[in-house]
Design a protein around this ligand. Structure first.
Ligand code: HEM
Length: 200
């Protein structure tokens, strides 16, 4: 099939930015919450990330660690659903062909980065989901029970290691992806970023 379009569809653009913001937020939240103390007073009112911007009232008092872990799992499941939609879009649509002025090494690097991002977008939330399923807490989505905890710590530990390792790889690949986009915008001054924008 000949590829005639030069821009991504609106659906692809919206999903790209929602998932991108979601993943960067999830990386920051993951590292933030793992540093929280295991023993801390329970509270029903949370000043989100101690920024003094938004206070959240809960039905029952929980420790900050429990609150942020549950938030991470809920947003993680939501991001996974968006990623599933994005993959469905990718299977059913032909993305626009790469810009002609790309050098062969740029095409190869962009392709490799995009494939790695797809792999990580699947492996990252899935490893989190499996890890949480092996814990004694299971997974709730904003309070709705999705998966009961299997309480198998040996298996949970394996997926904790995988999830932590993938988080580091993800951060490196995202930096590479953003640097590539900036190079096209600021040095090559081509249409790469415009193709992924709603403002044409
Ligand atoms: C895009 C998706 C996700 C990203 C980017 C992400 C990122 C992270 C990061 C950066 C950490 C900290 C790792 C460390 O200590 O070095 C973390 C921990 C964790 N994540 Fe995720 N995560 C994602 C999805 C999920 C999902 C879907 C779940 C479960 C439903 C989940 C459950 C957890 C749990 C329970 C921990 C704490 C692990 C521990 O006990 O130390 N994550 N995540």
């Amino acid at each position: 099939m000949a590829i005639t379009s030069t821009h991504y569809t609106k659906t692809a653009v919206v999903l790209h930015w929602l998932i991108g913001a979601g993943i960067i937020f999830m990386l920051a939240l993951g590292w933030y919450m793992c540093d929280l103390p295991k023993e801390a007073a329970k509270t029903a009112v949370f000043d989100l990330f101690d920024l003094g911007l938004y206070h959240l009232q809960l039905a029952e008092a929980v420790s900050p660690r429990t609150f942020y872990f549950n938030l991470h799992k809920s947003i993680g499941v939501t991001v996974l659903a968006l990623i599933a939609l994005r993959i469905l879009w990718r299977i059913t649509h032909q993305p626009p062909a790469m810009i002609q002025t790309y050098k062969p090494w740029e095409k190869k690097l962009a392709n490799a980065t995009h494939h790695t991002l797809y792999l990580l977008m699947i492996a990252m939330p899935l490893s989190g989901l499996i890890m949480a399923a092996y814990s004694k807490y299971g997974v709730k989505w904003f309070g709705i029970k999705l998966i009961a905890g299997l309480d198998d710590n040996a298996k949970r530990e394996i997926f904790v290691e995988i999830h932590e390792f993938l988080a580091l790889v993800f951060a490196v690949v995202i930096v590479l992806h953003v640097l590539g986009a900036l190079k096209h915008k600021l040095i090559d001054k081509d249409d790469t970023l415009k193709r992924m924008s709603l403002l044409k």
